[in-house]
Design a protein around this ligand. Structure first.
Ligand code: GAL
Length: 373
């Protein structure tokens, strides 16, 4: 059974990745345990019911994995899957979901681009009796959503913040400069991450251990629409030119690997070398980011096992379609403005050069060979 799931997962992942021309970097197959979730139930209960999965973009490696994992795990249970990506185009995602409803989806799984734009279409689903599950990103301002599968989003920020506090060696006597590159303002995850991060680093900003020379500490000043790499690169270039002509930037607190890549380009362009290269954080432990961690270009990332997330989401699909009981571990934090959405929060794990082998290779997410390519 497990072998079948794995084979299906790998095949779908490879097909999807080849189709869009991305490097075949789907997480490697793994043995057992939490890090290698197979489908949640060995019976094929789906009996052809149609599950539509709306994903944000193929431009980021993680969403390719998410989509491939969802498709493989649902198909293994006997569901038919309609998986679509909207390339970060808000209106395209609205149209895709309208079409999914019209095509007779029995359940909708949505990883939103801009969840506020989806309120009407979610209402249409509700009116048509189609249950909706939020995947990774909370669906805001709607009572049409049944469950939410995600990672502990505030916990991601807390762990990035703790890493900075523990490793930056910043004191009032020996302060370090820091700039923040946060996520998209239309994504609830970005706000939660920022809250977790600030809780950790605010005391160091207050006592002068950390100095943000641009002064861009508020989320409204340091967010990055659509988590876009180019936008982060340009903002970093601008900050380096305006505020760091005479002093090095020591820490780039990036909320996602794509933003880290943007900052790296800006730093290289500004002449930074190994001698003054800053600490750079990230999120998702993308293949590229993990390679950068090994080479020392990126300091850490947050590993989010997309196989585990998919498996939790699949239990929610089964719950709404088959009357099963999904595993829920948070019924308080995720108030979407209309209701508190019952959620399962997977645990994010910080990875750096000291533990990537154990966590990432050991967990079967990437192989040694993939990381060496
Ligand atoms: C967020 C997610 C992050 C990252 C980001 C950009 O919603 O929590 O892990 O993937 O989107 O895609």
């Amino acid at each position: 059974m497990k072998k079948k799931v794995l084979a299906a997962l790998m095949a779908v992942a490879l097909t999807a990745l080849t189709a869009c021309g991305a490097a075949p970097a789907a997480p490697a197959a793994s043995g057992s345990g939490d890090a290698a979730p197979a489908a949640t139930d060995s019976s094929s209960s789906g009996s052809g019911k149609k599950v539509a999965v709306a994903m944000p973009t193929q431009s980021s490696e993680r969403w390719m994995h998410d989509g491939a994992n969802m498709k493989a795990q649902l198909e293994e249970l006997g569901y038919t899957v309609d998986l679509q990506y909207a390339e970060d185009d808000v209106q395209a995602q609205v149209s895709q979901i309208e079409n999914m409803i019209a095509a007779g989806a029995d359940c909708l799984v949505i990883a939103a681009i801009d969840s506020d734009a989806l309120v009407n279409v979610e209402q249409q689903a509700k009116d048509a009796g189609i249950p909706v599950i939020a995947y990774d990103r909370l669906l805001m301002n709607t009572d049409a959503v049944s469950y939410y599968a995600t990672f502990d989003n505030k916990g991601v920020g807390t762990k990035i913040g703790e890493y900075i506090v523990q490793h930056a060696d910043a004191t009032p006597e020996n302060p370090k400069t820091i700039e923040l590159f946060m996520g998209s303002p239309d994504d609830n995850n970005a706000h939660m991450l920022y809250a977790g991060l600030m809780e950790q680093i605010q005391p160091l900003l207050d006592d002068g251990s950390l100095i943000c020379k641009s002064g861009q500490i508020d989320f409204e000043d340091n967010n990055t629409l659509r988590w876009d790499q180019q936008t982060a690169m340009k903002r970093c270039e601008d900050i380096l030119t305006r505020y760091y002509a005479d002093e090095d930037l020591n820490i780039c607190a990036c909320a996602y690997d794509g933003l880290s890549y943007g900052c790296m380009s800006a730093l290289e362009g500004a002449g930074y070398t190994d001698a003054n290269w800053p600490m750079i954080t990230g999120q998702d432990a993308e293949l590229m980011a993990t390679k950068h961690i090994i080479s020392g270009k990126q300091t850490m990332s947050i590993y989010k096992d997309t196989r585990l997330l998919a498996s939790k989401c699949v239990t929610m699909v089964q719950a709404v379609l088959e009357g099963a009981t999904p595993e829920i571990n948070d019924t308080e934090q995720y108030n979407n403005g209309k209701i508190v959405v019952p959620s399962y929060l997977c645990e994010p794990v910080p990875v750096d050069k000291d533990n990537y082998e154990e966590v990432i290779i050991g967990g079967g997410y990437y192989t040694k060979e993939q990381l060496a390519e």
